[in-house]
Structure formats: C-alpha cells, structure tokens
Write a protein that binds this ligand. Sequence first.
Ligand SMILES: *[C@@H]1O[C@H](CO)[C@@H](O)[C@H](O)[C@H]1NC(C)=O
Ligand SMILES: *[C@@H]1O[C@H](CO)[C@@H](O)[C@H](O)[C@H]1NC(C)=O
Length: 249
Amino acid sequence: MRIPLLPFLLSSALASPVSHSATAAKGVYWLLAGDSTTAPNGGWGDGFLATTVAPGSAGHNYGHSGATTASFRAGGDWGQVIQDIGTYKSQYDVYVTIQFGHNDQKATSGVTLDQYKTNLLNFVKETTSAGGTPILLTPLTRRNFNSSGMVTENLAEQRAATISVAQANNVKWIDLNMASEDYVNAIGKTVASKYNLASDDWTHLNEWGGVVFARIVIDLLVEKYGALFEAATKKNETLSELIKAGKPA
Ligand SMILES: *[C@@H]1O[C@H](CO)[C@@H](O)[C@H](O)[C@H]1NC(C)=O
Ligand SMILES: *[C@@H]1O[C@H](CO)[C@@H](O)[C@H](O)[C@H]1NC(C)=O
C-alpha cells in the first residue's frame, strides 16, 4: 500500500498549495547591497547573515569594497541583486538593504550628492519593480574620534540625503548612521578599537565587530517594522541589551 500513497500525496499537494502557504508565513530573503562596510571581510553583512537570520530565512551579501552607488551598478553587482529578486521572490519575501556613502563622498568618486540621491532612488524603484522591497540605510559610522573625544560626524550629508530620499518616496529606512554613532560614542575610543579590522582601521570591522553592528541593523529593523521581521530574526537578547545600554559587547 505504500507505493500508491506517494503519487496521491504529491498530487494533493500540487492541487492545493494554498492550504500549506496560508498557515506558514514566507521567510525573508535578504539581499545586502552596499560598500565595504557591508561587504565580507570588513562590513556587517556576513555577521548579519550568520547570526541574525532565523531558520527558514536566508540571504546573500553583495557588499563590494570600494563601491559607490555608480560603480555598484557599472560593475554588475546591482544586476545580480535584481536577478536574485526574480529567483527568490516566489519562495521568500525579498528585502534589499541599500547602504552607500563612504566612497560616494570622496572627491574622486565622480558622484555628486545629487547623483547619490538619484542613484539611491533608482535602486529603490528597480527593487520594487522586480518584486522586492527596498530598505535604505544611512551609512554606518566611521569610528574616528575628534579631540573632544566624540565620533567625527563625517557622513552627515550622506545621512541626510539618504533620509530625504526615503521620506520623499515613502521608502522604508533605518538610521544606522545615528545608531552606530551613538553606540560608538557610548563605548568610547578604547573599546571601539577592538572592532577595528586592523589596529589603525577605524572604518572596517573585524568579525566580532561585524556581528555587533549587524545586531544594531536588525534591532533597528525589528523595532521599526517588527511584524515584518520578527519571525525571520534570530534574537540575541544579551547582545541587544548591551548595545541598548551603551555597554561594551
Ligand atoms: C567633536 O564632535 C562632536 C560631535 O560631532 C562635536 O560636537 C564637537 O564640536 C567636535 N569637537 C571638535 C573639537 O571638533
Ligand atoms: C550573544 O551575545 C553575547 C554578548 O555579546 C555573546 O557573548 C554570545 O556569544 C552571543 N550568542 C550567540 C548565540 O551568538
């Protein structure tokens, strides 16, 4: 009697897929678009995928060292993101985090602040038309301290530009720049230095730094858009509490 059972189960599953998908929400597929502060070996993206994503959800880190909003498209990374939205959207709710600014702001980038805004908006529009949901992130703070012992606010223009694009176009966004800056100010320079990728690199994160700043990202997302991300998130209350309290993690 076992042999006829299998075709029966298969055909009934095919005939009524709704009864299955109606009970279980789709997982989230994260596509992380950004520069080196998102990328493997220096950013928060790999820590995010490794430590904050619950079973049933997944993702890919497309962060690219040195990327501007222009080179990320010209070099083909953006095309991969759009292709992946098509690949994963039937099985998952696809979210694309978009975080740039560190390289766009350099005088040599060839990207003006207005172009930065236009490029962000084009990423947003293309994500939406491909069937994904864009989320704009203000750029992760660098951890350089000025002579008053405070983090130097050297991404303020990119932060404001990112927020203005999000607000003017009704796009989801989180203020990673402010949250990461607040945390780094709270722990101070000596503690902050233990997240440096190299001892004198106050921009890029080592592996544990990636885990800590990834937790800031997911905590901001869950705090602001809880219902969308709670089930897709693996919690670490200990780490979240330390960050919230401004204590070393
Ligand atoms: C250091 O940075 C803080 C925060 O941006 C700022 O208020 C303060 O004026 C800066 N101090 C110096 C000496 O630049
Ligand atoms: C959660 O965070 C704590 C505090 O930072 C850390 O020691 C611990 O390893 C983390 N737990 C997991 C499962 O990652």
